[in-house]
Design a protein around this ligand. Sequence first.
Ligand code: FAD
Length: 294
Amino acid sequence: MKISEIYKEDKPTLSLEVFPPKTSEVFDKVSSAVNEVADLKPDFMSVTYGAAGSTRKYTTAIASDIEKKGETALAHLTCVNASEEKIKDQLDSLKAAGVENILALRGDLPEGVESTDEWIYKHASELIPVIKKYGDFCIGCACYPEKHPESADMRADIEGIKMKVDAGCEFLTTQMFFDNDLFYNYMYKLRESGVSTPVTAGIMPVTRANQMARIIKLSQAFVPRRYVAILDRYGDKPEALKQAAIAYATDQIIDLLANGIEHIHIYTMNKADVAEKIMANLSDIIPSCADKGR
Ligand code: FAD
């Protein structure tokens, strides 16, 4: 099913992100973790695409398994260092697997690479027409409530978002954020700029202390004092940190829904138990979370 159709229904939704294996040796292990996430029956599941296409065949295999289970898959696709032929091949294999939704991304610049000048496709907005050329996909893109680290300022960042929407992006999924006020402020600016595309709020339950350092490096997300205190106190107590992360994510999601945000996306890191507990906390709030973990 296309995500644009899911979003037309007038109800809050919850989607879950999983990642594919990097090598064939761990395929079965990762596939079984993804299967557990799919058993939670979210509104849809997104499958990431390894840096510069390093997991392309596994992204397709995992998305295909999700579709075979009768769930809706959203396959990520990046254009970093890609050719039209490579993109077409990936789209053909996703189409054959029954995948109807693509998250069109540029991808991160590989270590040591400063600019996209050498590449055919320099931005996600340039990938969108290629996807449209090779299939009838519903296309989503990424957006950044705290701006993309490469954007000079928020105005320039939103100009980039508008290019993606003009090219055919039908929904936006945010980078993870830990402070809802930053997200509300962003939504105001986005809507004021005329972007009316549905926005899915990306929430990350950080269940390991060392994860946070990596997240901050990659996304430059602001971590509120309340989360810093949790990490300080429970960073070396994995089960306590997991419980606190689930509570923090639940609190963030309830606040978002209470303030009229309809679409929530959880970065699960393939942890079905974490997603299940958050969904159980939302069982009377989001229809697809009903009866989870009871
Ligand atoms: P773009 O939209 O191209 O934006 C990148 C920068 O260029 C921004 O600063 C933007 O303002 C600017 N820009 C955009 N268009 C133009 C233009 N025409 N001219 C000048 N400047 C412009 N990475 C992966 O490798 N695999 C994944 O599966 C993956 N999944 C992700 C999912 C989500 C929800 C998010 C938020 C990110 C994900 N990423 C993934 C990371 C993403 O690839 C990086 O954040 C990357 O640096 C930017 O990708 P983008 O699609 O937002 O790029």
